[in-house]
Design a binder for this molecule. Structure first.
Ligand code: SAM
Ligand code: SF4
Length: 359
């Protein structure tokens, strides 16, 4: 499948000489906000700071991965520059992700800098937790508000199977460290997989109830060729909800964390149980986010191959943000109306792994 990565020149010839002849797309953004062709305001950036990871989760990566050479990866200064321009264009929430963001050297420095950006209301991270026991206090000091921790099972042997290399004990120590450091709004992300962890969903909810934290169950998406039959492992939110309702009273909640999850509350607890259901409950109509990959591509839609390369622009104009700003604004013009993952489980059309795009 072709990856339709667009050079900035292809988006708008006026971008590169940097005489900002305002294109129709930019005119709409004169007020300094990002709006796509369907009127959706983009206020949320997911920034991948590395394609590397210390785990090899079966739904996310192939067993043998080739990672990017360092020169093709955004430097942390470049990550900060991109984020600053997005915030200047009205983005109020940044999620730092990867790959595993905390295996990137000096990731905490970047988080500290991001935490100081005026106009950024929410700085959050998604992590596999393997480094949290070391970094939790520093993350807290950097101004991080929330941590999403990926955890698909509570059984050590199964954890090793799913991640291929991970150590459950270390991740749980990381979770303890995060709670001890004062992170209250922790959320566990669990990818549901038939025949793998579908018998553990109740245990996982008991686990988050005990800790007073939240959980979001995620339907597996067909991103990248991981070499396993996704159709066979797909487990729907509906089936999960029906199973959980046999044990818990779940009351639908109108709350939102600004993301695609739909939440349920368990009476008498502060825990929220969420479902991210890209197959059974398409959330594209209210999508407010775009993604930047570790190599500086702007992907306005996770389920679509169109992107804009920002890295050449950044490096061609090291001290002038105008071309970058214009490219980002014009990038809103290629944000797809929506994705359709359901027809792609057997033959994925998005060949990028989730670890490359940034989950
Ligand atoms: N390494 C970090 C982690 O695991 O939390 C951050 C990056 S990871 C790509 C972000 C999230 O994407 C994780 O919660 C992971 O479970 C999820 N993910 C990865 N591949 C997925 C897929 N094919 N379908 C659904 N979720 C996926
Ligand atoms: Fe690594 Fe996260 Fe992908 Fe697992 S889901 S392989 S931890 S990037």
């Amino acid at each position: 499948m072709r990856n339709e990565s667009l050079t900035p020149e292809a988006v708008s010839d006026s971008l590169i000489g940097c005489t900002p002849t305002v294109s129709p797309a930019t005119a709409r953004h004169a007020d300094g906000t990002l709006v796509d062709r369907y009127g959706r305001h983009v206020t949320y950036l997911r920034l991948s700071i590395t394609d590397r990871c210390d785990f090899r989760c079966g739904y996310c990566m192939a067993e043998e991965m080739t990672f990017l050479p360092r020169a093709q990866v955004l430097t942390l200064e470049e990550c900060l520059r991109i984020a600053r321009v997005f915030v200047d264009l009205g983005v109020t929430k940044v999620r730092v992700t990867g790959g595993e963001p905390l295996v990137r050297q000096n990731a905490v420095w970047l988080l500290e800098q991001l935490g100081r950006l005026p106009g950024l209301d929410e700085l959050v991270i998604t992590t596999n937790g393997s480094q949290l026991d070391r970094f939790a206090p520093a993350l807290r000091a950097a101004g991080l508000r929330r941590i999403n921790l990926s955890l698909d099972t509570l059984r050590a042997d199964r954890f090793r199977e799913i991640t291929r290399v991970g150590d459950l004990g270390k991740v749980l120590r990381g979770l303890d460290a995060a709670q001890a450091a004062g992170f209250q709004r922790l959320k566990i992300n669990t990818v549901m997989m038939r025949g793998s962890n579908d018998d553990e969903l109740i245990d996982l909810v008991e686990f988050v109830l005990d800790r007073g934290i939240d959980i979001a169950f995620i339907e597996e998406m067909p991103l990248g060729d991981t070499g396993h039959a996704r159709q066979a492992s797909y487990f729907s939110s509906e089936e999960a909800l029906a199973g959980l309702r046999k044990r818990f009273v779940l009351l639908p909640s109108a709350e939102s964390t600004g993301g695609p999850a739909r939440y349920w509350r368990i009476p008498g607890s502060s825990t929220r149980v969420g479902f991210i259901s890209p197959h059974s409950h398409n959330f594209c109509d209210t999508c407010n986010r775009v993604r930047i990959t570790a190599r500086g591509e702007l992907y306005p839609c996770l389920g679509n191959n169109q992107s804009i390369q920002l890295l050449p622009l950044l490096r061609a104009h090291p001290t002038d943000d105008v071309p970058l700003r214009l490219a980002i604004v014009d990038g809103m013009g290629i944000k797809a109306r929506g994705h359709d993952f359901s027809g792609q489980m057997a033959a994925p059309q998005v060949l990028r792994f989730m670890s490359m795009t940034g989950g």
